[in-house]
Design a protein around this ligand. Sequence first.
Ligand code: NAG
Ligand code: NAG
Ligand code: CA
Ligand code: ZN
Length: 595
Amino acid sequence: MTFSTRLATFAVLSAIYCQGLAAPASKFRAETHNVHVLARGLELQTFHPPSTFKTFGAGVDHPLSKRDNPDLKESAISFLQSHLGVNPETISYKSGYVGETAKHVYVKQTHNGIPVANAVANVAFNDKSKVVAIGSSFVTPNYIASAAPSISLKKAISIAEDALDGTHNEQPPSVQYIAKDDGSLVLTHSMQIQNKTKGTWYDAFVDAHSGELVHVTDFVSKASYLVLPIQKQNLTLGFETLTDPSDAVSSPLGWHSDGKTNYAGNNAIVFKDASTDSLTTASSEPLNFIYKQDPTIQPTEQVNVDAARTNAFYLVNTVHDIMYRYGFTESSFNFQTSNFDKGGKANDPVQVSVQNSAGFNNADFATPPDGQMPLMRMFLWNFIQPMRDGSLENDILAHENAHGLTNRMTGGGTAACLQTTEARGLGEGWSDAFAEWTEHDSAAVPDYLMGTYVMNWPLGSRSRAYSTSMTINPMTYASRKNRNEPHVLGEVWANLLHNVYAKLVGALGWSATASTDPSGSEGNVVFLHLFIDALALQPCNPTFLDARDAWIQADANRYNGAHRCLLWNVFASRGFGMDAEVGSYINSDTIPNDC
Ligand SMILES: *[C@@H]1O[C@H](CO)[C@@H](O)[C@H](O)[C@H]1NC(C)=O
Ligand SMILES: *[C@@H]1O[C@H](CO)[C@@H](O)[C@H](O)[C@H]1NC(C)=O
Ligand SMILES: [Ca+2]
Ligand SMILES: [Zn+2]
């Protein structure tokens, strides 16, 4: 394909991905709003109250600090009361867990016992039970709608089904308030609406008095890219036969058993197209999955379907095991059929649809709340014949899977805290950065490209390579201005993280066993710890600067701030210094005085 026709194809793709962002209404701010395109091209602008986020380094006391072993929940509520002046009667506990370096509590604002779905807060404590971070999007309403619905749930469901072109699923509906950007609290009927053909999946909020659809949580992260061992990016690097690759700590019963049935897989279920179709099957017993992909015939030929399912199964399980080692566990809302009594909600392994028939040239990942199964849809790519299969490009699988990590760990398992335009941009950036992490096989940090195999295009699916070179990738905090499409936004963040990774590995070296041994002090180990620790600390709908601050706090919690100056130096080198401000997007190269 020539250069210009390739660009034309790409422009069409981008237009599809960007369609939700045309001409946003005047109040729109990327840090607090998003625009969703519903059925028949109708647009809905959603509001996510601004989060305040404060970190405290070594930690501060809370009102119950003097008690012996104070209750985590009560401590969080007392701190919210003393620090933000929030009335404790308006706080309801949502979730919490004790992580390796911090304890986390996530709460919701309530009014007369009815939760305000988009007003939440989170408090984190360090191992000395001091408060290290507080995030809050609580609101002070100027008007509160009557708590008695005047339209029926049935009516509300039919309104939502019509607006979203889907069907209410089996999840129980509820009555919740939604905080709007005019300062009011609207009473809503909320229910999940799904269209399995289109791959859409929402939590919908219909005004229980006016019948208007006022808010949605969109569980789907779209991709736009724009067995292979995980560190190999694509199949041109060669298949290998791996024996027993599962990690006994992360997956105690292996990958093919949940303790009750064999084969189903405790962390992932992989099928071609629809979940009613067949699962990954062994080529021979016991549990051999040896299918040699044939690149000269279409991916839809049986042997290639088997190779694709096998690689997707391997990759998603490997990603599960890596993330588990670094803190994405049962209690921190991960994806497993059985949780082995270790906390969290079970019965939510990743469902992977290989060669999904709904489209081409893409992939996506829908993350519902903890306890509901996410769906990863991998498509075929038809830029070249025979077509290429996204399930054979590991960076795409890893990118998609990482959406599940970031959506579950931000905000305490609700999957509702990466919803603003800016937070969705962070989501895309983290997914690229995680994919990159899995593919390093030495201390070298070459420029990184996503999606080159499926795109059959040297630059892959992003506008530039991620690079430490200012010439190859000049993106800074100022580049964030005027970007409103999540992937385009995400490039700025992913490139910053590429630079953080390069600095950490340059200073601290590289561990070849980082995927299964998180105890090292090497740069790649430190990077993934800070990456995952920070997710749980940051507020709901973080801005770029909140996400940056969460890394600094994560380092204080885990390493006593040992990498603080290194991190600030990298941040400042790309304009994310201490004086950077939300909204103005002027580069700051300021670092702390003592660095
Ligand atoms: C899903 O979307 C398709 C395409 O718009 C539509 O034809 C179908 O009726 C929808 N399905 C449901 C269950 O609403
Ligand atoms: C496959 O991955 C390698 C290593 O990352 C890269 O150099 C190569 O360009 C990729 N091949 C294709 C066809 O994308
Ligand atoms: Ca779970
Ligand atoms: Zn994505």
